[in-house]
Design a protein around this ligand. Structure first.
Ligand code: HEC
Ligand code: HEC
Length: 162
């Protein structure tokens, strides 16, 4: 069976040719200074309307906006950013609620604490599958844990984790 992260990587690669970019490095290098964390920005400032990712204030599609914003970003960057921000708009802020009190953000948890083996997320210290680990860590209920693991898996693919 193809692993979830591998599958997501394939889906992302099809949706966005630039999925190989480290999106979070791009965000942290070029956007975070003005907009803060991507997930917070997406949920606060963006929305999906008629299947389009739109800026709430500008009332323009993000893809169009980024062509001119700050002198313009490349088509590869725009397509990758749009994919990431679209996923974030659609994800409940479960990580912030249940994990954010102790862990800075999801990308940091992955970088510091998690490795990917055969498409599964594994805690570096415990060697446990993340789903198992979260049964006794963080105090999130089953539904929230599922959402958190889904977003961490998506993020791992975006970050190009191995
Ligand atoms: C130098 C500061 C700065 C940087 C860097 C920056 N932005 Fe912006 N961005 C702004 C400002 C200011 C606005 C207008 C916000 C407003 O009207 O409140 C804006 C608006 C936006 C909007 C439209 C939001 C809406 O409500 O319509 C999007 C989308 C956006 N930025 C994405 C990005 C992305 C993605 C990056 C990085 C690739 C980025 N920005 C980098 C300052 C910046
Ligand atoms: C009360 C604070 C707290 C909360 C809430 C919390 N963590 Fe942690 N987490 C820690 C600390 C501290 C560690 C360091 C490991 C240790 O001390 O055993 C850790 C370790 C981890 C690890 C490493 C596991 C390993 O095997 O190496 C992962 C993954 C993790 N946390 C994810 C999460 C997620 C996802 C959530 C939300 C569901 C969460 N944590 C909620 C404090 C917290």
């Amino acid at each position: 069976m193809i692993g979830r992260a591998a599958l997501l990587a394939v889906v992302l690669a099809l949706a966005a040719p630039a999925a190989a970019l480290d999106l979070h490095a791009l965000w942290d290098g070029q956007c975070i200074g003005c907009h803060g964390h991507a997930g917070d920005f997406a949920r606060t400032s963006l929305e999906i309307r008629n299947n389009q990712l739109m800026g709430k204030k500008s009332a323009r599609s993000v893809a169009e906006y980024l062509v001119v914003h700050n002198g313009g970003y490349s088509p590869a960057q725009i397509s990758a950013l749009r994919t990431m921000l679209t996923a974030q708009v659609q994800t409940a802020p479960e990580f912030q609620i249940h994990c954010g009190g102790c862990h800075d953000n999801a990308a940091q948890v992955l970088r510091d604490w998690v490795m990917v083996r055969d498409g599964r997320l594994i805690g570096r210290q415990s060697g446990q599958d993340l789903a198992e680990f979260l049964n006794h860590h963080g105090g999130a209920d089953a539904d929230s844990r599922r959402i958190i693991i889904q977003s961490l898996t998506r993020l791992a693919a975006e970050l190009n984790y191995r």
